[in-house]
Design a protein around this ligand. Structure first.
Ligand code: GCU
Length: 684
């Protein structure tokens, strides 16, 4: 008997040992456990949020053992909003949330061995928001990491399990650790059901899980809600009954969720209803909702992603629509503008609305989910794309009027500032599908907090926290350096093998993963086809947006409009965005356009091949699970980069009628087979 007992005890010990050494599944993100030492904490204030800060410090303290640390609410004027100050033995902040943010920063700095004394950090934007394109059936539009963490799942999608709540808390903690303080819980293509009492009850429950971490809850709303669930005859924003309906709805929401953030609205865009259905303007629509939310301090994020089937260049339409409305919006309305004038392409110039609007606050919308950048199959670090946008000079008030300065309150004071990222999060164990997609979530949060951070810093921070064990373990400098280099080069590589030199939107229809530069279809609107964007013919390739073309260049301030307009001064990375260029045109390096295009596509493929080689050399530097996952995904990426190159070069060659230069590797596919392949749904 005693022997059996012993055997059972030993077996149990082995099982628990095994679970301690459990495989790295990526679920812990950049917040993996470290071997902490004891710390003593006192606080001048107590609340659910401060309790979280205390718990985090106890769990993660890597400083001197038995130190005394004070959490202090302070009126130091150098601390702004939810910012904080770190001192040798204190964290000072104006708000409780600031104390939590200070805690995360302090722990991060301890882990990264960075100095922390008298370090003050204030947020660049007051609202740092994730947009979830989650549908109520649990699917996610442009989601590549499993089903929604908020909706769907069981029976009618409304019941709430302990597991749900645990997940929401883990999600909120990850967000808080990087400074994100808001979440829009449902798709911009919004179901009206979200405003029904049953769904609002669930929103309330989600809000309760997120609140202690300082995450405010927002919803996307359908402009036709008063008709579709309110049973009114119309949703005309000037109709008193419609106004009252929204006021009542706002009151109902705030009764359940007193700190509710507000509404995100996609109106009169891609078939969504909006004020124009009633002959009204975006101002009428936005202001009506703003009035309903104002008594509760709620805001309206009105999206500027609008375009209609018209002969006008699609990239010009949002600016033309919104510029005349500048100054007419209520104070609690902000215009949410995608980084580029088209649609989250691998590379676009910045949207001219950032420099155009001068009396209306504007917030950037970035896409964290990789709709056009390889889904969760490809390693593409998007921080460099966002950094490029934020640092772009609009020349709004002369030199130095960057997109960052136009949106973070530097150029004009506004009641609040904001930034949004379309989330890449789902129910996959590692949250984002690809381990390296976690870096994009991380980078968005860090840039939203500090829009001057450099991608190389963000990458280094993320790599060390995500992959390396605690600081006692010898930091694997070579792994950090190699991985950082891969990350920093990855977006440019994607531009090269997908659409270099300013090409854009030549994706396969629907899934937006693979290439289909040949895609054209008389039955759908022209601006949903690829040929509309590249305009390749026997003379050349590219979209003429100069003064003799669509004149999109004049939506930019001088000297940019002339710089873009002039073929010789237009930056080559935007060449085919702004110009239709002859195949024989000589680029700055002396090569003709066709040759350079071929070289760029080939270079993109070579870049991914070298990521593979470099990654393979890292075997043993990190856990075998994540090493193998990334290795396998890089194989897919290499294969698909080759498909991009072959498809685009063989297709464009039909127009250029020139040889593929002999200095690059030959295509390995034939065009017809690629046309079939990328049509298939399996190729997503
Ligand atoms: C893109 C995307 C859509 C999305 C839309 C938007 O067009 O493909 O899925 O709904 O952007 O941002 O509203």
């Amino acid at each position: 008997m005693a022997n059996i007992k012993r055997i059972i005890i030993v077996a149990l010990l082995m099982i628990s040992q095994a679970s301690i050494l459990k495989a790295e599944d990526g679920h812990a993100l950049w917040l993996r456990n470290h071997s902490a030492v004891k710390v003593n904490i006192s606080s001048t204030v107590r609340s659910a949020t401060v309790d979280l800060a205390i718990a985090e410090l106890k769990k993660g303290w890597l400083g001197k053992e038995n130190m005394y640390i004070k959490l202090n609410l302070s009126k130091n004027p150098s601390i702004k909003g939810d910012g904080f100050q770190l001192e040798e033995s204190a964290i000072n902040a104006r708000t409780e949330l600031g104390l939590l943010y200070g805690t995360y920063e302090l722990l991060r700095r301890q882990y990264l061995n960075l100095p922390q004394r008298n370090f003050i950090s204030n947020p660049s934007y007051s609202r740092r928001i994730l947009n979830h394109w989650d549908n109520l059936d649990g699917s996610i539009e442009r989601g590549y990491a499993g089903s929604s963490i908020f909706w769907g799942n069981a029976a009618n999608g409304l019941d709430i399990t302990n597991q749900d709540q645990e997940k929401w808390k883990a999600y909120a903690r990850a967000n808080a650790s990087i400074g994100i303080n808001g979440a829009v819980l449902n798709n911009v293509n919004a179901s009206v059901k979200i405003l029904s009492p049953a769904y609002l009850e669930k929103v309330k429950a989600i809000a309760e899980s997120l609140r202690p971490y300082g995450i405010k809850t927002y919803l996307s709303v359908n402009f036709s809600s008063p008709v579709l669930i309110g049973k009114l005859k119309k949703a005309d924003p000037l109709d008193p009954q419609v106004k009252q309906w929204w006021k009542n709805k706002a009151a109902e929401i705030y009764k359940l969720i007193p700190d509710f953030g507000g509404f995100l609205v996609k109106a009169n865009s891609e078939g969504q209803p909006g004020p124009q259905d009633y002959g009204r303007t975006h101002v009428d629509g936005a202001n009506m909702l703003a009035d309903a939310l104002a008594p509760f301090n709620g805001i309206v994020m009105w999206r500027a992603f609008v375009y209609n089937p018209s002969p006008e260049d699609r990239t010009k339409q949002a600016y033309k629509e919104f510029l005349p409305l500048d100054g007419a919006f209520k104070k609690n309305v902000i215009l949410q503008v995608k980084n580029g004038p088209l649609d989250f392409q691998p590379r676009e110039p910045f949207s001219p609305l950032f420099g155009g609007m001068s009396k209306t606050p504007v917030m950037p919308e970035f896409q964290i989910t990789q709709e056009y950048l390889g889904a969760s199959k490809q390693l593409v670090f998007l921080s460099t794309l966002w950094e490029e946008c934020l640092n772009s000079d609009t020349y709004k008030n002369g030199k130095g009027s960057t997109v960052a300065a136009c949106t973070d309150g530097t150029l004009s004071k506004t009641d609040f500032t904001a930034i949004a990222g379309v989330a890449n999060i789902g129910n996959d164990v590692n949250w984002t599908g690809h381990t390296f997609a976690q870096a994009n979530w991380y980078a968005f949060g860090r840039l939203a907090w500090n829009n001057k951070l450099e991608s190389k810093t963000i990458a280094e921070e993320w790599i060390k926290q995500t992959f390396l064990d605690d600081k006692e373990k010898k930091t694997n400098a070579n792994f950090v350096k190699t991985t950082q280099e891969i990350m920093l080069e990855s977006r440019e590589a994607a531009v090269n093998y997908m659409m270099p030199l300013g090409l854009h939107h030549i994706f396969a229809e629907g899934h937006h993963y693979g290439p289909a530069p040949w895609f054209s279809n008389d039955k759908i609107r022209a601006d949903w086809t690829s040929v509309y964007y590249h305009k390749a013919d026997t003379l050349g390739i590219g979209f003429d947006r100069t003064r003799s073309g669509s004149d999109a260049v004049d939506q930019y301030h001088e000297p940019l409009s002339s710089t873009f307009n002039n073929l010789s001064s237009c930056p080559e990375m935007y060449l085919l965005w702004f110009h239709h260029v002859p195949w024989s045109y000589r680029l700055k390096n002396g090569k003709d356009l066709w040759t350079e295009l071929c070289i760029r596509y080939d270079h993109g493929v070579q870049q991914v091949r070298s990521f593979q080689k470099d990654w393979d050399k890292m075997k043993g530097a990190i856990d075998s699970e994540r090493f193998a996952e990334v290795q396998s995904k890089l194989r897919t990426q290499s294969r698909d980069a080759q498909i991009w190159k072959d498809a685009c070069l063989l297709y464009f060659q039909q127009f250029s009628k020139r040889e593929i230069p002999f200095e690059i590797e030959r295509p390995v596919h034939d065009l017809q087979s690629l046309k079939e392949l990328t049509k298939s749904r399996d190729y997503e």
